[in-house]
Design a protein around this ligand. Structure first.
Ligand code: NAP
Ligand code: GDD
Length: 411
């Protein structure tokens, strides 16, 4: 059965004689957690999410699906907690008794992990153990999904599959490796239904704004709207296998619907450099970029700008984009002490066992992200990306995103 068929036809609620399945999601306020929550709600699940207490609202990605828990029929419940707090994790597991736990919460930023290695180890690494222990100690029979990462492969040459040697290149990757092996140990030692989804980079209109793809597409929108003059980036030559996040959360769910727990690589099998992402994204917005100089002096300059294009008819007339304008510069602050140069997924196992075939290509992903960011700043997007989302059956989500996001200069 192919993935799309499996996703549409498997209904776990049937196996519980109409009683809704219960899922607990850590990281529900993040990119993946928010899409996953929407997807599971569309499947009839009762969804519980762990959220951190913050002095400002951090629920922008899920506000549109939240309803007052006092209202009958509410299916989404949020609980305060933190991956550093085992007591509350035990409490939640014991009280909710979830059928499935999706552990996607983490300090997920690779560059930040060099600044905060100990914290990253605690949350991204030990946080997983706290959750596994909460499940084991409360004696609940639940299936467990671990958000493992292609960062595990690090310096191992591409293509990377489930059997590729792990060679982590950051405190984040080291923490994820520890978590990966804890999951494997709990599966083998305690017979737990626990899976590692080794997911390659996946992006969306909801991607955190300091990850490179979103940083680029937001900058394009802000430059065109006259809110930003330049985009500062780090290493342009690293290559990533970028896919579309809503597809990847479907795979998380599908892994837990298999007869036996296993680990799977999920990616597209197509890899591109940051430089190519920049060129494609600007091009789609009507700006052709050419590169001048080299090393840290390299710059992205406007070669041509299609200002007459109908897609820019609503542009702020103050913008000053003309041939020769420097729009991109290198800032060595964004370099990492150790880099992952080349990620490319070998998806043979997921293709054979789960019928996985990615539906969104690299160039489609770029269009989707640029379209939604143009919309966010009030410009009229070209619209191909929005049409692609509609045509490819992501009907459980409108890609609503946080409107209160601000540019934080971390990444
Ligand atoms: P994300 O947008 O950064 O979301 C991370 C989530 O974890 C947020 O909800 C965040 O809450 C929560 N979190 C952080 N620290 C926490 C703590 N101490 N206690 C409780 N919750 C905490 O990440 P994502 O892109 O959705 O990725 C989801 C997972 O997949 C992560 O584990 C990531 O490492 C992994 N992964 C991601 C990719 C990718 O390309 N996206 C690829 C492979 C693996 P706040 O909203 O309060 O910050
Ligand atoms: N963030 C960022 N900001 N990255 C930049 C920049 C910049 O200004 N300039 C160049 N890059 C390069 C980074 O050096 C890296 O090689 C690449 O862009 C991708 O960086 P990110 O988008 O931050 O993602 P990542 O690959 O480090 O990590 C993401 O993917 C992993 C899966 O492979 C995160 O989502 C991780 O949580 C995830 O595990």
């Amino acid at each position: 059965m192919n993935t799309t068929n499996a996703i549409n036809t498997i209904n776990p609620t049937d196996q519980k004689n109409g009683v809704p399945m219960k899922a607990l999601i850590t990281g529900i306020t993040g990119q993946d957690g928010s899409y996953l929550a929407e997807f599971l709600l569309s499947k009839g699940y009762e969804v519980h999410g762990l959220i951190r207490r913050a002095s400002t609202f951090n629920t922008g990605r899920i506000d549109h699906i939240y309803t007052d828990p006092h209202i009958a029929g509410t299916k989404l419940f949020l609980h305060y907690g933190d991956l550093s707090d085992s007591g509350q994790l035990i409490n939640l597991i014991y009280n909710i008794q979830p059928d499935e736990v999706y552990h996607v919460g983490a300090q997920s930023h690779v560059k930040v992990s060099f600044d905060m290695p100990e914290y990253t180890g605690d949350i991204t690494g030990i946080g997983t153990t706290r959750l596994l222990e909460a499940i084991r100690r409360s004696g609940i029979k639940t299936k467990f999904y671990q958000a493992s990462s292609s960062e595990l492969f690090g310096a191992s040459p591409p293509p990377q599959s489930e059997t590729t040697y792990f060679y982590p290149r950051s405190p984040y990757a080291a923490a994820k490796i520890y978590a990966y092996w804890m999951v494997t140990n709990y599966r083998e030692g305690y017979n737990m239904f626990a899976c590692n989804g080794i997911l390659f980079n996946h992006e969306s209109p909801r991607r955190g704004e300091t990850f490179v793809t979103r940083k680029i597409t937001r900058a394009i929108a802000n430059i065109l709207a006259g809110h930003q003059k330049k985009l500062y980036l780090g290493n342009l030559n690293a290559k990533r296998d970028w896919g579309f996040a809503p597809e990847y959360v479907e795979m998380m769910w599908l892994m837990l619907q298999q007869e036996k727990p296993d680990d799977y690589v999920v990616g597209t099998g197509e890899s591109h450099s940051i430089r190519e992402f920049v060129e494609n994204a600007f091009n789609y917005a009507g700006i052709e970029i050419e590169w001048v100089d080299s090393g840290i002096s390299e710059k992205g300059v406007v070669k041509s700008f299609d200002s007459e294009s109908t897609q820019h008819s609503t542009l702020n007339t103050q913008h000053s984009i003309k041939t020769g304008t420097v729009l991109i510069e290198i800032d060595p602050r964004y370099f990492r002490p150790t880099e992952v140069d080349f990620l490319l997924a070998d998806i043979t196992k997921a293709r054979k066992q789960l019928g996985w075939q990615p539906r969104i290509t690299f160039s489609e992903l770029v269009k989707i992200m640029v379209d939604y960011d143009l919309k966010l700043v009030g410009l009229t997007p070209p619209g191909d990306g929005i049409k692609i989302c509609q045509a490819k059956n992501f009907c459980y989500t409108e890609h609503a995103f946080a409107t209160n996001e601000r540019i934080r200069d971390a990444g």
